[in-house]
Each structure stands twice: as C-alpha cells, then as structure tokens.
Design a protein around this ligand. Structure first.
Ligand code: FES
Length: 132
C-alpha cells in the first residue's frame, strides 16, 4: 500500500508542465519499464539557485510522485545541494520503505535532476539518464 501522500502527488502532480526557455532541460528513463521523466529548471540570476522546476513524465505512481515531490523540494536550493542528495533523501521524502526494484522508480527524478546539473556544468556528456 502506498501512502496517501504518494497517491495524491501521482494523481495531482505539482509543478507539472514544461518551461518555455529553461536554463536546464533533461530527460531520463527507467529501462526496465520505459517510464520517463523530463525536467525543466530555471535558475535565479546568480546562476546557482533553482527558481522554478517543471516536469513531465509517464510512469508508475512512485516515479511520478517522486518527481512531483522533488520538484517542490528543489525550489530555492543551490545546484551543489541538489548534487549532494542521495537515495536516502528520496526515501525520506517519500516516507515509505521501498524494495530494490521500487527504489529505481523513486530515484529516477533525482538522477535526472543531478545529471541535468552535471551536464549544465559541463561535467557530464549530454546523454539520456537511465536508472541502470
Ligand atoms: Fe517504471 Fe516505476 S515501474 S519507474
């Protein structure tokens, strides 16, 4: 059973949609199932603080709820803070114990965000994120 909060974010995703001219844009996929998340990020004038996040996606309740929750969490954070997040932060955010399979669903959005930042900084090649 998923917690009510997860189902609520799945059915009513926050910050759902696209940004027209984002500073950062990146897509990721869980290759096990084909579920996807695409994130759009707008930065503040300092070039480091996340000002707006939007996402679109298609997938299971955990992956999409996780993207919805993360989109709210990222607001106001520095790029460095987001890069330092790990799967425990995602698990805490979701508030449920997850099996190894479901953890991949949960971390997809976080990986997309972190890869997006690495690509933005020129620290990674602009290839699609996967949970593998
Ligand atoms: Fe595909 Fe969860 S089953 S990301």
């Amino acid at each position: 059973m998923y917690r009510q909060q997860i189902l609520d974010h799945y059915k009513n995703p926050r910050n759902y949609g696209e940004l027209e001219d984002p500073d950062i844009e990146h897509v990721g996929e869980n290759p096990m199932c084909g579920d996807t998340i695409k994130m759009f990020v707008e930065l503040a004038d300092d070039g480091d603080t996340i000002e707006r996040v939007r996402f679109v996606g298609d997938g299971c309740a955990i992956s999409q709820a996780s993207a919805s929750m993360l989109s709210g969490e990222l607001h106001g954070k520095s790029l460095e803070t987001v890069e330092a997040m790990d799967r425990d932060d995602v698990a805490d955010m979701l508030g449920v114990e997850l099996s190894p399979m479901r953890i991949k669903c949960a971390v997809l959005a976080e990986k997309v965000a972190q890869d997006a930042i690495a690509i933005h900084k020129g620290e990674a090649d602009p290839v699609e994120t996967t949970t593998e």
